[in-house]
Design a protein around this ligand. Structure first.
Ligand code: 5GP
Length: 202
């Protein structure tokens, strides 16, 4: 069984990660890595589906026990990728999507150099601001904090392998581009090291 691909998708708040990723999940080839977080659930978010909503004590204890593949503190809350769940998905041959921020993405690449890092961006900072305010799920303070964080994060763009833009109403196209990236990666010789051996096998 060939191991699945670890696909990291980062995007600032308002990049449309959720919508774009929903297209990827429809293909049935991807599994979402459900992160643990100490943030409070937003309306309509479901525990165990969107996140594992846990206490700060629980989060810190999981770090101590080595249960997190990576973790970060983002705008006052902890977020982390559960290690065991991630490894089980990859071993099953399915592709795993980690929807995480920049620092986490960089840590994943250090630990798993064959992970593929995609940066999903709104067309511009101005559009991002409009989308965030239009969403209406955060307070003005949180919006300002997230926009400031987006400015910091864009400075790390060069840590990524690919950039995909999510234009208004074009989320299906952005998802198509990500699927093309995954196909190309799967054909890369770096991931197919036994080509000659397999070819000559009777
Ligand atoms: P939100 O609060 O909007 O759901 O997430 C805030 C940020 O944390 C987003 O950029 C999201 O991608 C990131 N994030 C979610 N889960 C994780 C995780 O497990 N690890 C890291 N490093 N970032 C995460």
């Amino acid at each position: 069984m060939k191991k699945g691909l670890m696909l990291v998708i980062s995007g600032p708040a308002g990049s449309g990660k959720g919508t774009v990723n929903a297209h990827l999940f429809k293909t049935g080839d991807f599994v979402y890595s459900v992160s643990a977080t100490t943030r409070a659930p937003r309306p309509a978010e479901v525990d165990g589906v969107n996140y594992h909503f846990i206490s700060k004590e629980d989060f810190l204890s999981r770090i101590e026990h080595g249960d997190m593949l990576e973790y970060t503190e983002y705008c006052g809350n902890f977020y982390g990728t559960p290690l065991k769940e991630a490894e089980e998905v990859l071993a099953s041959g399915k592709n795993l999507i980690l929807e995480i921020e920049v620092e986490g993405a960089e840590n994943v690449k250090k630990k798993y150099p064959d992970a593929v890092l995609v940066l999903l961006l709104p067309p511009s900072y101005a559009v991002q601001e409009q989308r965030l305010r239009g969403r209406g799920t955060e307070t003005e303070e949180k919006i300002t904090e997230r926009l400031a964080r987006a400015k910091e994060e864009i400075a790390h763009a060069s840590s990524y392998d690919y950039v995909v833009y999510n234009y208004d109403g074009k989320d299906a196209e952005a998802a198509e581009q990500i699927l093309a990236i995954v196909s190309a990666e799967k054909c890369s010789l770096a991931r197919n090291t036994s080509v000659a051996e397999d070819y000559l096998k009777v």
